[in-house]
Design a protein around this ligand. Structure first.
Ligand SMILES: Nc1nc2c(ncn2[C@@H]2O[C@H](COP(=O)(O)OP(=O)(O)OP(=O)(O)O)[C@@H](O)[C@H]2O)c(=O)[nH]1
Ligand SMILES: [Zn+2]
Length: 345
């Protein structure tokens, strides 16, 4: 093995560090190797995208010396994953000059981590994006028909990662999404309605400024149309050279960060073309309940191990709703919570 791993893309061979941490510490049975250099002169950057083992890293974001450099992983990272959105430390040639290659020696602590479990199509857990603070869930009002269950799955993934979800209904010129949206009335969920002939760019941009927003949605919902309207020049469909990453081509499975620029400010759009679904096997129900802070307070009176589902004995939330204490809103919120909890039970 060389000093970098030639990963095929950012979806390849990813390990969640929680699984790394539980691995037995073998240091005791091994002679200590020489102390690792500290790389005190390392430069910090943020990973914009990964393509065949090469990372595009933005250094000095918004500063006078902002530049995109190409980097590879240093072997001392071992099996630690490096994904789009990661804050990393770099050594070596960090000039960003043509033909130079830097090395990623450290990954900084992540604020959020969007991942999916192994599922039928895939036996390993994959990390999708680090440090995103919002998820824009793109669903069409029609063609393809919106599905509640699909949105629920995205919501669970977002809540579990402690990422704020936003629902974006596209193609509202084809159908009125009001009835569909009633299913989400019990959630604190910002909703945007969009149509390509009258794209509400300012409304969407306002939600994205100063945030790192990961865009998710199934094929055909109009996600590329949306991204291209928000980030002129992104050209997601044809893969023309991207001004931020400097890459000319992205495989369908690679995640990229696109800079949003507007009079209202800047933000990042993180497009995930490869992610069609989320395996939810790793999800912690407590994180879902945590997204319903009003209900979570009541749940403190629940019996230990309470599932908060309709059949849960002595569930304090169910009892409060049945007693009418929480009104219609509380009933709708409990319905939403229970539906999400059922999504991955
Ligand atoms: N009527 C209508 N059609 C739209 C709208 N937005 C997108 N479309 C059309 O829907 C089709 C799919 O749009 P895309 O932007 O390619 O969808 P996508 O979600 O990126 O799909 P993939 O490229 O398969 O990932 C295209 O033919 C678009 O022209 C809309 O608001 N209204
Ligand atoms: Zn309960």
């Amino acid at each position: 093995m060389t000093w970098w791993d030639a990963d095929e893309d950012d979806d390849e061979d990813e390990f969640d560090e929680s699984s790394v941490r539980v691995r037995p510490n073998r240091r005791g049975s091994r002679p200590r190797t020489k102390v690792r250099p500290e790389h005190a002169d390392a430069v910090e950057g943020v990973v914009l995208g990964v393509d065949r083992g090469r990372y595009s890293v933005l250094v000095d974001e918004n500063g006078g010396d902002e530049r995109t450099i190409t980097a590879a992983r240093a072997s001392e990272l071992r099996r630690k994953s490096v994904v789009t959105g990661d804050h990393v430390d770099l050594v070596g040639d960090t000039t960003g000059d043509a033909g130079t290659l830097s090395r990623i020696v450290r990954v900084r602590e992540r604020t959020t981590l969007l991942r999916r479990s192994a599922d039928d199509t895939d036996e390993v857990e994959r990390v999708i994006v680090a440090n995103a603070d919002q998820m824009l869930i793109v669903v069409a009002a029609a063609n393809p028909e919106p599905r509640i269950r699909l949105v629920d799955r995205y919501l669970v993934a977002a809540f579990d990662a402690r990422i704020q979800p936003i629902l974006c209904l596209t193609k509202t010129d084809l159908a009125d999404p009001s009835e569909f949206l009633e299913n989400f009335a019990g959630l604190d969920l910002p909703v945007i309605r969009s149509r390509s002939d009258k794209m509400p760019i300012d409304v969407i941009t306002a939600e994205l400024v100063d945030h790192r927003t990961v865009f998710v949605g199934h094929s055909g919902v109009g996600k590329s149309t949306l991204v291209n309207a928000l980030v002129p020049g992104a050209d997601r469909a044809t893969g023309v050279v991207n001004t931020v990453t400097g890459r000319g081509r992205h495989t369908s499975s690679s995640t990229v960060s696109l800079r949003l620029e507007s009079p209202a400010g800047r933000g990042w759009v993180i497009d995930t073309p490869g992610v069609r679904s989320f395996g939810l096997g790793h999800v912690d129900p407590a994180n879902i309940l945590g997204a319903f802070s009003d209900l979570a307070r009541i749940a403190e009176r629940c019996p230990r191990g309470c599932t908060h589902l309709p059949d849960a004995p002595d569930c304090a939330i169910v009892e409060a709703v049945q007693a009418g204490d929480l009104g219609d809103t509380g009933r709708a919120r409990l319905d939403s919570l229970q539906r999400l909890l059922e999504t991955f039970r």
